[in-house]
Design a protein around this ligand. Sequence first.
Ligand SMILES: Cc1ncc(COP(=O)(O)O)c(C=O)c1O
Length: 450
Amino acid sequence: MSAYKFILHEDQIPPVWTNVMPHLPEPMAPPLHPATRQPIGPADLAPIFPMSLIEQEVSTKPEIDIPGEIIDIYKQWRPTPLHRARKLEKLLDTPAHIYYKYEGASPAGSHKPNTAVAQAYYNKQAGIKRLATETGAGQWGSSLALACNLFGMECTVYMVKVSYEQKPYRRIMMNTWGAEVFASPSDKTNSGRAVLASHPDSPGSLGIAISEAVEDAATHSDTNYSLGSVLNHVLLHQTVIGQESKLQMALAGDEPDVVIGCFGGGSNFGGIALPFVPGKLAGKNVRLLAAEPAACPTLTRGAFAYDFGDLAKLTPLLKMYTLGHDFVPPGIHAGGLRYHGASPLCSHLVHLGLIEARSYLQLSCFEAALAFARSEGIIPAPESSHAIRAAIDEALEAKQEGRPRTILFCLSGHGHFDMSSYEKYLSGQIHDYEYPQEEIRRAMEALPAV
Ligand SMILES: Cc1ncc(COP(=O)(O)O)c(C=O)c1O
């Protein structure tokens, strides 16, 4: 009755990824070709993705088998533990039960390797020698570096310049796993050179770094592109999180009233929440809550419209919540939550009212992170602190109502490489910032006409 952790055996790693596509009450809008504005086909994506991942992107099968070689690698850290946050519950003096699924247990320290390993595997199968990608704060780049290393592949990472300069340890981690890392905008690509010509001091953005990585992949036949969030196949690979959580909640004898994840592009949120969607559609009373920063309020204040995934307009047009592809994010400390767009699948579910979204100011997230670190012990990634803030708010609401509530959230990563952000918070140097309405209005005018 007083368990703190719910642990599964290695043979309980899910044998399949769960796909919500066949359960959707309305189909999603198709991706469009950036030039013709017509729906794209597999051939349009083939220069940068292997066919197996393109098939997963559009698959309508409810389950997709996880190859044994991927499961063998997952076994190095999966199943991840589910914790009951008893110390945090006590601190909050709440009748709520709070559970968190700890994805910081992976070698890279976040949920990102769940898809990095799968993407490296399928690319290797397709004869690809090198993967190119972008990274913001470095969590995704380090996860792909790890995965490429495990499969004997090369890895090139375009890292947003401001993080490259401010977060050397993530870069060194990537180098340790054998990847080459360039500060973006770089002089390695036409996209990077164009930005440098007009803005020599550009701090970079994910939108620019994506343009560089896509261009690198499209211009080298032995190289493909790999994305750490947003796309359907990425969220699909992350569904191991929610599937394991369901088994572990059953071990705990509880069922969640609310499932929470922080939201950058949507992969850890989708990973924990999507496996609950079929049950919700069948009438189960479970809320799915995405927690995003007020400084990058894509789901709560963006438009649900077709937009490019990158600044240079190289990617297909995706129907998603967006703050505009030329969004240059403010320097908030949750680097992984600063993308202008959102997973089209999660956007569709938000639009249908199946997912709720809320935004949180960064000071209140750091306050939640400290309460968590001082009760549960784990120092969370600044990104994950948004989910903690949301979970604490839910628990306090339950206390106010004097009613129990079962809360499950994804603790997407640890914050061991984010100590400079904690130092700034502890010395009072972090300030709240809300994205200005005027900027949103301007960006909406720049959305492509479709
Ligand atoms: C620890 C952590 N959590 C969350 C995210 C946000 O990404 P996503 O929304 O794809 O889960 C990131 C992105 O880098 C991250 O590093």
